[in-house]
Design a protein around this ligand. Structure first.
Ligand SMILES: [Zn+2]
Ligand SMILES: [Zn+2]
Length: 246
């Protein structure tokens, strides 16, 4: 790419960040109420958590009614984290917002999504209490460069601020690129990510209770691989939160 083309594309990106669209990117209604950015209030009101029962350990939502309990997988063998929770299922407005945030570059939505996470899960004491550091799931550096930002990092930054707990980004790193998880089956996903994450050897994480943050939870293999790397680095415990679960 020529220098001029590169400049133009970075200006384009800048323009996108500075000038918000004038209509809701979900329903196309005009954004005219104060504070409305990217998505209208009416659409945001439809962003709700789920009442579905969930696994007390891995956070997997169950279909149907009933209370929280352990899923068959966690009864068989516990994952390397103590607890994971998603705020919503990956559909409807939650999905629309995540797609706008992640792939259309509307970074401002990190605030909406982090706020939603706290509103939905904030009362679950055993998820938040004692957390000493917040860590985002990293992207491979080249991927982060092409996307312009790491969606998990911005969410983690917002959560850390809301929780008044330090953010530790850049310590857990992704050391090799991996194939898109969506194109793979569960077992392939597991292999695809093996050894893809590492923790840089600098002090600060040992013995800590860590909250790991990502945007979407699918099979959980990304979270599990990150937790393995964190556990190897000597953390005391890892809990995880995601905005939505596919
Ligand atoms: Zn709307
Ligand atoms: Zn489970």
């Amino acid at each position: 790419m020529s220098l001029l083309a590169r400049r133009l594309s970075s200006w384009g990106k800048l323009g996108e960040l500075l000038l918000f669209p004038s209509s809701c990117q979900i329903c196309e209604a005009l954004l005219e109420k104060p504070g409305e950015k990217v998505v209208c209030r009416y659409c945001l009101e439809k962003l709700k958590g789920t009442d579905s029962p969930f696994c007390l350990c891995c956070g997997r939502f169950f279909d149907g009614a009933g209370g929280p309990h352990l899923c068959a997988d966690c009864l068989g063998s516990r994952p390397p984290f103590t607890r994971h929770r998603s705020a919503a299922r990956y559909n409807g407005v939650a999905k629309d917002l995540i797609l706008l945030y992640k792939y259309r570059g509307f970074e401002v939505l990190s605030g909406v999504l982090a706020g939603f996470l706290i509103r939905s899960l904030g009362r679950e004491e055993d998820l938040w209490s004692g957390v000493e550091v917040v860590v985002p799931v990293p992207l491979y550096p080249a991927k982060e460069k092409s996307r312009g930002f790491n969606q998990a990092r911005l969410l983690a930054e917002r959560l850390a601020k809301l929780m008044n707990v330090p953010l530790m980004a850049g310590r857990l790193t992704k050391v090799r690129p991996t194939a898109a998880q969506t194109s793979l089956r569960a077992q392939e996903r597991e292999n695809n990510l093996k050894g893809a994450f590492q923790v840089k050897k600098t002090p600060g994480l040992e013995g800590k209770i860590v909250l790991l943050v990502d945007d979407v939870y699918t099979t959980g293999s990304t979270i599990r691989e990150c937790v393995k790397a964190l556990n190897k680095a000597g953390v005391k415990e890892v809990r995880a939160v995601t905005v939505a679960q596919a």
